[in-house]
Ligand binder design. Structure first.
Ligand code: ADP
Ligand code: ZN
Length: 853
């Protein structure tokens, strides 16, 4: 545990802080919350949201004591007594009366330079809780950095002349003991003094001013800051062993499979121990089998600031200057949302920079969001280059203390520009004039745990509340944003050309059907191999991209390319090898897996399951002289290795880089002239209605990596279904064509943006329980929602088992978000009430879900 902020989170209240709150909190004491109310002081009554909520308690009334009247305001962080403990809270409003019989006073104020939350941020918190179906406490806890695990401690010290004033020997014993410490936590004192400890005496000594008390709010350090130990599969179990394990060592096999299919690619010891008996022994066996490796997870890497050089505003192209003109003009118009649709390399960054400049010189502040900061996003570098170190950078590598400091710096008005990933959308900038959301289509903006907010949508709401300009930028806008622009809700700014009218790379689809391919694990066509060879010969760099997302297994015919889809939901069916069945994870429909392709009669095959390592092996075997590197989640877990690889790649020390999604973002490497997509069908056939959109985005983004220098780029996309319209649009790099096609498809099937979704996920320790409760939920919500609500499912989640929880899901759809959200929330309450106390079941509601996996 670390203090959140040594200087300001700690306060010294002298003796008064304990006087009316009464007893120091001790675990073994009799709880007596009412006794202390007898002499409740007069003062204004305020509502305090407890952060985090304490069980069912989230908002309670307190009195502001005279001594704190000048500090406590709406939006202040405070310490309040709760039962026998002290917890952190945020004052949300002043009220005239309280229904509570005994009001206790606030113990301390944590914000000395004005409240951290201004009224606009509080309003945003209210909306956040309401919209994403959480409490206000939950919403505020989501906004405050690392507030999830705040603990308040009380510390004691002695007043300077304390010892001379104490005559009673028992009092003296206590005071002398305290005096031996700078500050001693009350529980420690209790432990050390044993029988000599007396609450009554402590209380009196504090009242007399002999003992001083202060409060410290602490947040636990995120595990990754400590370099959490993790384990992962390093080499898959040899085929021969698989059979043996499955039959003779089923428990060990399950353990191995759990690790092998783990979505994060690794697991922590804690997690394994929580889910498996004798996990350590099992790990030893895996170690003996040579299939695992240990590692430490480190904080996200941040490229050093030495890579940033000061930059001057560039003379704008015609398209850029029209965009900047409109954006600047809007800075005085109140809430104006823009969609900046600019092809890759069209100079969106410069548009942001010059708009930000105008906003800052008008005396207003700027908030910029990027999807991920780990690879130091180009926009971050650009902002720092243009506006210097005055830019507050909020990234997940900050310790809780550093985070608080950044927040306080921002709230105090010391910095005018904040940039960061998802949670930076809550940065307490005052007087906001402009919000920039770069790569607005990126799924990383969606928070996938706790309160599942979408930072882009929160940003739009924030701009609305702050009455300012917001610009969402992308080369491949989300269909939601594009549709909003088409309907005139957003103003559309278009940058149709690359800077210097550099051509977009040519994209070719390579038909794999009936071809002989290299590599058994994943296909590598002769065309792609020759292209790699050629690029190697002319000393240019090549990028090989594997758009793999773990666990989705679909059935595809290698002869005609057909993929089995659900007739109801138009998403691909998931293949279950053991049951030899195909199942739809939207509606739950199951059919036996066909033995041969229903379309052409050929032999169907199960999903490809291999990863980047296998691609690497094939490439190394084919091109032994190439300098090959790999960049995927495994590598990213080791930040040093990641940075090293990236820097070598940028410096041109590798010929071929093989990677997953993470290579599609960011870097401007002029010498990359060839991009190969190993198998477009992988992301195309995820059981999610957004798979076509995601595939189009991925292909466009990865193609955007090629030909950024003088030599034009070439992009080769391998597929078994070249006639797929999505791949065709991607190949012609026609976003608008794709958007028209996909929007009409969505409209037909009533998927967003033509409807709104809420995903309810029921998670339980036993599968039957998850299934039963999911059925209850579906029935309940159907009854509540009536005709305006469509209930799909229940169905098992595509990823049925995650971290020891079985997951079933119900998808709710309505043309009105409020109907879906309210029915879901109401149904959750009703179903929870019916659950037995012992039930280990969670019902998670995901509003506007981005991933249906
Ligand atoms: P995008 O973000 O739209 O993909 P970038 O902002 O990365 O595009 O711009 C691509 C390249 O063009 C960058 O190297 C950038 O410095 C350069 N650039 C942008 N605007 C101009 C301009 N007006 N004149 C010259 N070069 C520019
Ligand atoms: Zn279906």
């Amino acid at each position: 545990m670390l203090p959140l902020d040594g200087s300001t989170m700690v306060l010294e209240n002298g003796a008064t802080a304990l006087s009316s709150t009464g007893k120091p909190a001790e675990p073994s004491e009799q709880p007596d919350p009412h006794a202390v109310g007898t002499s409740a002081p007069e003062g204004p009554i305020v509502q305090v949201a407890l952060i985090p909520a304490q069980g069912n308690l989230d908002i309670l009334d307190y009195v502001v004591p005279e001594s704190l009247a000048h500090e406590v305001a709406v939006g202040s962080r405070v310490v309040v007594p709760l039962g026998r403990r002290f917890v952190m809270g945020v004052v949300i409003q002043q009220v005239e009366h309280s229904a509570a019989p005994h009001l206790r006073p606030i113990s301390a104020c944590l914000d000395h330079n004005g409240p951290l939350f201004d009224p606009l941020l509080l309003e945003l918190a209210r909306w956040l809780g309401e919209y994403y179906l959480g409490s206000l406490s939950e919403a505020i806890a989501t906004m405050i950095p690392s507030a999830i695990k705040v603990r308040v401690r009380r510390l004691l010290s002695t007043a300077p002349s304390a010892l001379t004033e104490v005559a009673d020997p028992k009092d003296r014993n206590i005071v002398e003991h305290v005096a031996r410490h700078a500050w001693i936590p009350v529980p420690t004192l209790r432990r050390q003094l044993k029988e000599a400890f007396s609450t009554a005496r402590l209380e009196r000594l504090c009242r007399q001013g002999i003992l001083l008390v202060r409060y410290q709010a602490e947040a636990s350090v995120p595990a990754e800051r400590q370099g959490l130990r993790i384990v992962r599969i390093s080499t898959p179990l040899p085929e021969l062993e698989v059979e043996v394990w499955m039959q003779r060592r089923p428990a060990l096999w399950r353990f191995y499979e759990y690790l092998y299919h783990h979505p994060s690619g690794y697991a922590t010891l804690d997690e394994l121990q929580a889910n498996f008996p004798s996990a350590r022994a099992k790990l030893r066996l895996l170690e003996e089998a040579g299939v695992i490796e240990w590692d430490r997870l480190a904080p996200e890497p941040i490229l050093s600031s030495s890579t940033e050089t000061a930059s001057q505003a560039l003379p704008l192209t015609a398209h850029q200057s029209e965009a900047v003109r409109q954006l600047r003009a809007s800075l005085h118009e109140g809430f104006v949302p823009f969609l900046l649709f600019g092809v890759t390399g069209s100079g969106k960054t410069e548009v942001y920079l010059q708009t930000a400049e105008a906003c800052l010189s008008a005396g207003k502040t700027v908030l910029a969001l990027v999807p991920e900061i780990s690879l130091t996003h180009q926009l971050v570098t650009a902002l720092r280059g243009r506006f210097g170190s005055e830019v507050a950078l909020l990234h997940s590598g900050l310790s809780p203390r550093e985070r608080w400091q950044q927040w306080e710096r921002i709230a105090s008005g010391a910095v005018h520009l904040a940039v960061g990933a998802r949670s930076a959308v809550f940065a307490p900038l005052r007087n906001l004039g402009l919000i920039i959301v770069d790569e607005e289509h990126d799924g990383a903006y969606k928070q996938e745990e706790g309160l599942r907010y979408h930072a882009r949508d929160v940003a739009v709401m924030r701009a609305r509340l702050a009455n300012c300009t917001i610009v969402l930028g992308s080369a491949t806008p989300s269909l939601e944003s594009y549709y909003n622009a088409r309907r005139g809700r957003y103003r559309l700014l278009h940058l149709p050309e690359r800077i210097d009218t550099r051509p977009l790379p040519t994209v070719e689809l390579i038909d794999l059907r009936g071809t002989r391919v290299h590599g058994r694990a994943l296909p590598l066509s002769q065309t792609l191999c020759s292209a790699l060879e050629f690029n190697l010969a002319v000393k240019q760099q090549s990028l090989l991209f594997l758009n793999r997302r773990g666990y989705a297994r679909f059935l595809q015919c290698l002869e005609c390319g057909a993929v089995m889809n659900c007739a109801n939901c138009s998403v691909s069916l998931t293949y279950h090898q053991r049951k030899a069945a195909l199942q739809c994870h939207h509606c739950g429909r199951t059919t036996p897996a066909p033995r041969c392709c229903p379309q052409c009669g050929g032999t169907a095959v199960a999903a490809w399951s291999a990863g980047t390592e296998q691609v690497e092996q094939v490439v190394r075997a084919l091109l032994p002289h190439a300098r090959v590197a790999r960049l995927d989640r495994d590598v990213a877990a080791r930040p040093k290795a990641l940075l090293e690889i990236l820097n070598h790649w940028i410096a041109g020390n590798f010929d071929i880089l093989i990677g997953t999604q993470m290579v599609t973002k960011g870097h401007h490497v002029p010498n990359v002239t060839l991009v190969g997509v190993i198998l477009a069908d992988l992301s195309r056939n995820l059981p999610d209605f957004r798979s076509s959109e995601r595939t189009f985005q991925l292909l466009t983004q990865v193609a955007g990596r090629a030909g950024r220098g003088d030599v034009p780029g070439r992009v080769l996309v391998q597929t078994y279904r070249p006639e797929d319209p999505v791949l065709q649009w991607a190949a012609s790099q026609d976003y608008e064509g794709f958007a028209r096609y996909e929007l009409s498809h969505r409209q037909e099937l009533a998927y967003p943006p033509f409807s709104r979704l809420v995903l309810a996920r029921v998670e339980a320790r036993h599968e039957e329980e998850a299934q039963t409760v999911a059925h209850q939920f579906a029935a309940t919500v159907a009854a509540l929602g009536g005709h305006a609500l469509q209930v799909l499912g229940p169905a098992p989640a595509p990823l049925l088992r995650l971290r020891g929880w079985y997951r079933w899901q119900v998808l709710l759809r309505s043309t009105h978000s409020a109907i879906a959200r309210r029915s879901a929330a109401h149904a959750r309450t009703l179903v929870r009430e019916r659950l037995s106390q012992k039930a280990h079941v969670r019902i998670v509601l995901d509003v506007d879900p981005q991933s249906l996996l």
